[in-house]
Write a protein that binds this ligand. Structure first.
Ligand code: GDP
Ligand code: IMO
Ligand code: MG
Length: 434
């Protein structure tokens, strides 16, 4: 008989900001290693402990657990200046990572010209509403074989030759290339930023393989989410990495059998930052109320998030794509006090038919109108609840509808930002793991 691997992945199921950071922090106590495998500092994962909020962008959300070893995998992009600031901020709070951090030598760097190109494009005709952190260009140059990896920092003699082709290419594409720092200045700043980090660069794949061999449990932390995935999201309004399950394997170098359980994280409603389709979006007072009650302003850019009811077709798509074993439904408390709560169960197309399949072409989304099923709200608040038995029957009925629409059982229910606010469901894939 084969035993299921204890290793677990936490993946976003909507358009990001579902509450992955909270769940990873909670779960991390039971894991030896926590790994980021894609994305860069476009991510903003919030962890709240004893009323104190900590935003993590590139450091894995296991940071607050002294016993957790933190790994930044090969699929991640690193902005070293931002990374060092993050380490400093953690150190100021007494969180020291110096003996429990490994950065993949294959991870790519985000360089100033990537950021300039990203921001330059956003000022042009095609607006994705990116975070402006250089993510698209850095992944683009990785695919074009003009990227710079952490391993290149260990070879200062050839580093300029690695940086030059991408740098020159960006100069050609920019309207105002003279605003770019010189190649020498880019090099100097990079080497200064890198110096204290050089001892942390190493073979993350080997580290994880050995940990797996020793049966030390590994927690994989997704960033962004399936609807922002380069292949499976609402292209072209997506990020430039594989944020669904496939990215975990390419971004760590681990094989599928290393993974035992997939937990998908979704809010009890839907949000999105930036441009692109969002059929559930509410432009009225209800949308505004969700934004205020949920404090829906970006962790990374502070932008207001677009808000709407729970969108079942997109979340079901994400559950299928990732093979989700259990749902973590977050922020249920934000719906407290609503007389009625909605679930988008499908979309009406131009001919009036009900569709649940997501279009591949962005313009086809324009013809879809949400079909909303309204359910009774709950009079008893859910905020801070720690037991399923204490949930009002209407809130329980709402959870049952979400689970049914996604054909996936609920594993965790979050009722507030703090660690203590929420509970696992009996018999689920998370029972006994928190
Ligand atoms: P991530 O990017 O998926 O890690 O999510 P973010 O950290 O960007 O956004 C989620 C926000 O919701 C954070 O401010 C969390 O502290 C907060 N949060 C998480 N779970 C809950 C919850 O159950 N209720 C409420 N009210 N807030 C929550
Ligand atoms: P976490 O991990 C929400 C969105 C941006 C934009 C699109 C492309 O906190 O859930 P990019 O800068 O990646 O090229 O922007 O993706 N986006 C996110 N939205 N949460 C995130 O991360 C996001 N990371 C990128 O707003 O629409
Ligand atoms: Mg976030």
């Amino acid at each position: 008989m084969t035993h299921r691997s204890p290793n677990l992945a936490v993946l976003g199921l909507q358009w990001g900001d579902e509450g992955k950071g909270k769940l990873v922090d909670l779960l991390a106590a039971g894991f030896r290693h926590v790994v980021r495998f894609q994305g860069g500092n476009n991510a903003g994962h919030t962890v709240v402990v004893a009323g104190q909020s900590i935003a993590l962008h590139q450091v894995p959300s296991g940071a607050l657990h002294q016993g957790c070893f933190l790994v930044v995998g090969s699929g991640v992009l690193l902005n070293l200046g931002v990374f060092r600031q993050e380490l400093d901020r953690l150190a100021q709070r007494g969180i020291d990572l110096s003996d429990r951090l490994l950065l993949s030598d294959k991870a790519h760097l985000i360089l100033p010209h990537h950021i300039a190109l990203d921001q330059g494009r956003e000022g042009g005709a095609i607006k994705i509403g990116t975070t402006g952190r250089g993510i698209g260009p850095a992944y683009e140059f990785k695919a074009a074989r003009m990227g710079v990896r952490l391993a290149d920092l260990l070879h200062p003699d050839t580093l300029a030759d690695r940086i030059r082709p991408g740098y020159e290419e960006v100069r050609l594409r920019l309207n105002n290339p003279s605003a770019l720092p010189s190649l020498e200045a880019v090099m100097k700043e990079l080497m200064d930023q890198a110096a204290p980090l050089l001892p942390f660069i190493g073979d993350s794949q080997g580290h994880l393989m050995e940990a797996w061999g020793r049966q030390e449990p590994i927690l994989f932390e997704g960033a962004q989410a399936t609807l922002l995935d380069l292949d499976h999201g609402t292209y072209p309004f997506v990020t430039s990495s594989s944020c669904s399950i496939g990215g975990l394997f390419t971004g760590t170098g681990m094989p599928p059998k290393a993974l035992g359980t997939v937990v998908g994280v979704a809010k009890a409603y839907t949000t999105r930052v930036g441009a692109g389709p969002m059929p559930s979006e509410l432009f009225d007072a209800t949308g505004e109320r969700l934004r205020e009650a949920g404090r829906e302003f970006g962790t990374t850019t502070g932008r207001p998030r677009r808000c709407g009811w729970f969108d079942a077709p997109i979340t079901a798509h994400a559950c299928r794509t990732n093979g989700v074993d259990g749902l973590a439904i977050m922020k249920l408390d934000v719906l407290d006090g609503f007389d009625q709560v909605g679930v988008v169960v499908g979309y009406r197309d131009g001919e009036g038919g009900l569709v649940k399949r997501l279009p591949a072409c962005a313009s086809d989304w324009d013809h879809l109108r949400p079909e909303v099923r309204m359910l009774k709200g709950w009079s008893r608040p859910t905020r801070g609840l720690q037991r399923l038995e204490d949930l009002a029957p209407e809130a329980r009925a709402y959870m049952d509808v979400l689970s049914e629409c996604c054909s996936t059982p609920i594993a965790y229910l979050s009722t507030g930002p703090d660690r203590a606010e929420g509970f696992t469901l009996p018999g689920s894939c998370l029972e006994g793991r928190l």
